[in-house]
Design a protein around this ligand. Structure first.
Ligand SMILES: N[C@@H](CCC(=O)N[C@@H](CS)C(=O)NCC(=O)O)C(=O)O
Length: 206
């Protein structure tokens, strides 16, 4: 399998880390939607011209990080999957993960607002709206019990996604995540980032 996308893409990174945790073999192809030729290659595999893209061994391509994780979890089976198979635990995991991906959606949009527009065209009110959504999501995650993970004794995609979001925001919009404001999330991210599965897909490279 080939996972297309850079680790600066938090959606790509959460898929890479999940596959690292589960020991699912894959190659990485570090393409950026912001480089002209690479964007063409991305567009050939995903009509939406974005990453991540997961190319399966038979050539089938998956888009949407959630769909990739669904495939990976099915492949490893319910005993190993990072999403509980059914019931309240599954719903809780999906809901907390949705807050994490929602933080990413808004955090990425805020990042684009600041970096993809000429400075005089940045719409501050829109950026602030996005920022308020990020802050709402962070506060909601921070308020949840972590014992030591969101769902208790087992690490799930809820933890992976939240940790990836914290690291992404710390790098791209540190004003939204001041040190000390979200101590539980900070501790979660620090614990996760120290794990080999995270360290082998660091945000910075490539
Ligand atoms: N919901 C999608 C989001 C994918 C996404 O927005 N990827 C960004 C990179 S982080 C991208 O490719 N952006 C380029 C663009 O939208 O033009 C997923 O979970 O895979």
């Amino acid at each position: 399998m080939k996972l297309i996308g850079r680790n600066l893409s938090p959606y790509t990174r959460r898929v890479a880390i999940a596959m690292n945790i589960l020991g699912v073999p894959h190659e990485r192809v570090y393409l950026s939607p912001w480089q002209e030729q690479q964007a063409k290659d991305i567009g050939a595999a995903n009509p939406l011209k974005r990453v991540p893209i997961l190319v399966l061994d038979d050539g089938e391509t998956l888009i949407e990080s959630g769909a990739m994780l669904d495939y990976v979890m099915e492949r490893v089976g319910p005993g190993k999957a990072l999403i509980p198979p059914a019931g309240k635990e599954r719903r809780d995991c999906l809901k907390i993960t949705a807050i994490g991906t929602g933080i990413l959606d808004k955090g990425v949009a805020a990042f684009y607002e600041r970096t993809k527009r000429p400075a005089e065209k940045v719409h501050q009110a829109w950026h602030d709206h996005l920022a308020s959504q990020v802050i709402g999501g962070l506060a909601a995650l921070e308020a949840l019990p972590m014992t030591p993970w969101f769902l208790g004794s087992t690490m799930t995609m809820a933890d992976v996604t939240a940790a990836v979001a914290v690291t992404f925001l710390s790098k791209t919009n540190p004003a939204l995540i001041p040190p000390g404001k979200y101590p539980k999330l900070e501790a979660l991210a620090a614990k996760c980032e120290a794990m080999p599965a995270f360290q082998s897909s660091p945000l910075e490279t490539p």
